[in-house]
Design a protein around this ligand. Structure first.
Ligand SMILES: [Zn+2]
Length: 145
């Protein structure tokens, strides 16, 4: 007697297969009451294929999620390379006795500290945005704070 194979779908979105007549529970969350049958096969190989196809979108989204997490980790790393406290200290170091900061002095301080990112231009830009410094000449900034 040939038995039927069911392609089942859980409310959590997971698709899985089971032999007809068996108590099926979700292979991801274990749920067994809110399962719907989406297809019936007589060939278990066909069922296996159907399960793989049905779960493909979620596998792809997991892959994308993993890639995004990786990107996030890299961004965090970049922030660690020169954190806000360190940048503030470098900005102070680059300021002369008149309270004037130049792009050149900032670049020298960054080189001394071994900071390659962010660039002096980016740091000045951030400091300007935050209202820490104000441009007073072509290549000069004065501290406001
Ligand atoms: Zn489930």
């Amino acid at each position: 007697m040939a038995s039927n194979w069911l392609l089942l779908r859980c409310k959590c979105g997971q698709s899985f297969g089971a032999r007809q007549g068996t108590q099926a529970s979700c292979s991801r969350c274990g749920e067994s009451s809110q399962i719907t049958t989406t297809a019936v096969f007589t060939d278990p190989a066909k069922l296996t294929e159907a399960v793989a196809n049905a779960n493909l979108p979620s596998e792809i989204s997991q892959e994308i999620e993993a890639k995004l997490n990786e990107k996030k980790r890299k961004q965090l790393k970049t922030r660690d390379r020169a954190n806000a406290g360190m940048i503030l200290r470098i900005l102070k170091q680059s300021t002369d006795e008149r309270g004037v900061l130049t792009l050149k002095s900032l670049r020298v301080s960054l080189e001394t500290e071994g900071v390659t990112e962010p660039s002096p231009e980016q740091i000045i830009g951030m400091a300007e945005l935050q209202g820490v410094v104000q441009r007073t000449a072509q290549d000069e900034w004065k501290w406001l704070a």
